[in-house]
Design a protein around this ligand. Structure first.
Ligand SMILES: [Zn+2]
Length: 241
């Protein structure tokens, strides 16, 4: 039986002499594994289809529960991501988060489209804001939505000094003061990346970037606390620079 799917390569592992096992995030069937035979040979026709973040239409042969790639037509190879280390790692974070949040064979069309959108945005512009926008959306789609506007204790509008409690996954005002202190620039970065219309602009580019890095740390700490899983790419990205 043959099956045609739109898919993004989340992960690859070598096996056999020239083969790779691909972990694919498919639009139509969610996450699945497929063998790509001979793709490690020089000049292999399907070599491109076994690269990280390749977005292609794959034709898969299905035998029982096993899939093998028969052919693939590339939709987008996201080449700019391969030419810039920061972008490469940020893109690895996107696919790593998908891999960690997805269960096998569970369809999640919106997460798929958001991942593709994030990779496209990274090709064209700054990687970190695109990663944060994706991360916030991925958390929301997985049931871990963050309220960036009001204190979870008293409902006051969050401004100035705020606090974040990892276990609750909630922000608190200075009066309620639960959890660890969060700088204003960190919350502002999260709000900008969440697309909140009233999000304040950073005073300088440096302040904006520092806020974004702290925002990524906060989201990742929250992700680890909630899912009890880790994403190596995020840890590597945070170590860059
Ligand atoms: Zn409060």
């Amino acid at each position: 039986m043959e099956r045609k799917v739109d898919a993004l390569v989340l992960r690859t592992a070598d096996f056999g002499e020239n083969d790779k096992m691909l972990t694919l995030f498919t639009l139509q069937s969610g996450k699945l594994s497929a063998a790509a035979k001979g793709v490690r040979k020089a000049g292999a026709k399907l070599r491109f289809a076994a690269q990280p973040f390749c977005f292609a239409e794959y034709v898969l042969a299905q035998k029982g529960e096993r899939f093998t790639v028969i052919s693939a037509a590339q939709t987008d190879g996201f080449y700019p991501l391969r030419e810039d280390l920061g972008k490469f790692y940020a893109a690895a974070c996107v696919v790593g988060l998908c891999d960690a949040l997805l269960y096998e064979n569970i369809v999640n069309e919106e997460l798929f489209l958001r991942a593709v959108e994030a990779l496209r945005a990274m090709c064209e512009g700054e990687a970190l804001p695109a990663l944060l926008t994706f991360f916030l959306k991925a958390l929301e789609l997985s049931g871990y939505m963050l309220d960036l506007s009001a204190c979870a204790g008293c409902g006051a509008v969050l401004e100035g000094q705020v606090f974040f409690d990892l276990t609750d996954g909630c922000f608190y005002c200075a009066d309620c003061g639960r959890g660890a202190g969060v700088r204003a620039a960190t919350l502002a970065a999260l709000r900008r990346c969440a697309g909140e219309p009233a999000a304040e602009e950073p005073a300088s580019q440096e302040e904006g970037q520092a806020g974004e890095r702290r925002a990524l740390k906060l989201l990742y700490a929250y992700f680890c606390a909630k899912t009890e899983s880790r994403v190596r790419a995020v840890e590597e990205y945070l170590r860059l620079e």
